[in-house]
Design a binder for this molecule. Structure first.
Ligand code: BG6
Length: 498
């Protein structure tokens, strides 16, 4: 255990000693996110002495080589972090490795069993950073070897399946070995600081709740734009696409947090009960409405910040009709949101990285100011999830000074960077520690995942026709023009900043 930053350390909730097995330990997620997250928690003093962090993967590798691999990747992904050799030596004490082909029926699990031996009473995490097809078999193997001790928890990385049926199969197989209260289905967006703040913003400020409904809100936009492409993940991504990769989980979770009714308390199940009501109220998208209310796109070559980048098919090495962009017009069929559209869009290789929720309020009933004073913009609440985290309330004001009546559209601005100085942890740091603390609130319950798939399946089958091909867009743009038309048609526009 190390505690270099007293100010952070003093705010840490202590956790009991635990062992964690990361299956898929040499994969991108483990090396880029999970192991660095554990390193950061260790550096901040939250990993107790005696915790074992056990990497498991197919490759034959010594423990020392694994530690070097983890450190080298860390230094590549976090070049700005200057951690000395001493830190890595000390953190390395927690790291262990075991070569294990979990996909093989007759793999020898004894090395892993030996590493876990003696820790039967400790909290034990099995993190499956693996393709979803392995979730069932790995759980079965864990159960067959009796490794599912009383304090064992299983962590499933998204996607949980690729449709409702496969999600149910996975949930059934995992559920035979672990009770629901020990299954942590990760959606790392729920661990983001700004996403957590959504509930606080909505439910601890008396200002918002009275206007958070169809009487005052005109529409809501949720944008998750990325500049990265599918890159090395292209062969996985091609089996998924933007709808499964981003909408089924991250974007629907954001929509739920924005649209849900106030929960009675912050209990995990109280919140999840409210979220699932939103998922069940989503109006199904049918083959008839899909051509009007959904857009699929795929990036061609282009340039991001002046650097040329290849198209998706070139990265993949073959032609494909998998969408790397989607825009949807969605309705939540309930009293609060009757008639209020939710416009969702997400894409890779977009002009800029930006995740944002925009609550756009209705225009004033009557314009008092003369047209020459300037355009009257609608009031907007803009919740910026990343980067430049913050909340802005965009308002009309009078431009101060002489020169007659002139209107200005300006933000009341809560910038996280200016207001809070602390480094806030990556979402994976928070979700990993939430598993250790047994806090299920940040994770998706079985019924939530299945309700989300049920709605997504409707779109997938509507797309499974010749009428919905991917529209091309150049990398470094806002996506295909059809994405803009989806909202223009309703005399609205995507909000792209002031
Ligand atoms: C993952 C998706 O769940 O989220 C990736 O599989 C995507 O395709 C990533 O790039 C985005 O996460 P973040 O935290 O960078 O917004």
């Amino acid at each position: 255990m190390k505690n270099t930053e007293a100010s952070i350390g003093s705010k840490l909730l202590p956790v009991d000693p635990f062992d964690i097995v990361v299956f898929g330990a040499t994969g991108d997620l483990a090396l880029r996110k999970l192991l660095p997250a554990l390193f950061h928690r260790w550096r901040d003093g939250q990993i107790p002495d005696g915790c074992k962090i056990i990497g498991a993967a197919r490759a034959e590798m010594s423990r020392a080589d694994f530690i070097t691999t983890v450190e080298e990747h860390y230094r590549t992904f976090f070049p700005e972090e200057k951690n000395g050799a001493d830190d890595w030596k000390a953190f390395g004490e927690h790291l262990h490795y075991c070569a294990l082909d979990v996909a093989s029926q007759d793999a020898d699990w004894s090395a892993l069993e030996n590493l876990l031996a003696g820790g039967e009473d400790k909290i034990r995490l099995f993190y499956l950073a693996l393709p979803p097809g392995l979730f069932g078999p790995v759980s079965t193997n864990i159960g067959a070897r009796g490794l599912n001790t009383a304090q064992a928890r299983i962590v499933l990385e998204k996607p949980i399946g690729h449709d409702l049926n496969s999600a149910r199969e996975i949930n059934n197989a995992v559920g035979k070995v672990f009770p629901e209260k020990s299954i942590f289905r990760i959606d790392h967006y729920l661990g983001k600081e700004t996403v957590q703040n959504l509930l606080i913003l909505r439910f601890t400020n008396s200002l918002f709740e009275p206007v958070w409904n169809a009487n005052v809100v005109d529409h809501i936009q949720i944008t998750v734009a990325e500049t990265v492409g599918a890159g090395k993940r292209a062969s996985y991504y091609d089996t998924s696409g933007a709808l499964r990769d981003m909408v089924q989980n991250h974007m629907l979770q954001l929509l739920c947090l924005v649209a849900m009714e106030p929960p009675n308390d912050f209990g995990a199940d109280t919140i999840r009960d409210e979220k699932i009501k939103v998922l069940r109220a989503l109006k199904p998208i049918t083959p008839k409405t899909a051509t009007r209310d959904t857009v699929r796109g795929q990036y061609r070559d282009g340039a991001i910040s002046g650097t040329a980048v290849p198209g998706y098919a070139d990265e993949l090495g073959k032609p494909s009709d998998t969408e790397t962009f989607t825009a949807l017009k969605v309705h939540v069929d309930n009293w609060r949101w009757s008639g209020v559209p939710f416009y969702l869009r997400t894409g890779k290789r977009m002009k800029e990285r930006r995740s944002e929720i925009v609550i756009q309020f209705k225009r004033v009933a009557h314009a008092l100011t003369p047209p020459e004073a300037g355009h009257l913009h609608p009031t907007r609440l803009v919740i910026r999830l990343q980067p430049d985290e913050g909340v802005k309330l965009l308002l009309m004001t009078k431009d101060p000074g002489p020169g007659g009546m002139r209107l200005r559209y300006v933000p009341l601005n809560l910038s996280y960077a200016d207001t809070f100085c602390a480094r806030y942890p990556d979402a994976y740091e928070r979700v990993l520690m939430a598993v250790v603390r047994n806090d299920l609130g940040l994770f998706m319950r079985r019924d939530e995942v299945e309700a989300a798939w049920k709605w997504i399946d409707g779109i997938l089958s509507a797309w499974n026709t010749d009428d919905m091909p991917c529209q091309p867009y150049a990398a470094g743009t806002d996506g295909p023009t059809q994405g803009a038309m989806l909202i223009d048609r309703d005399n609205r526009e995507w909000f792209d900043g002031l």
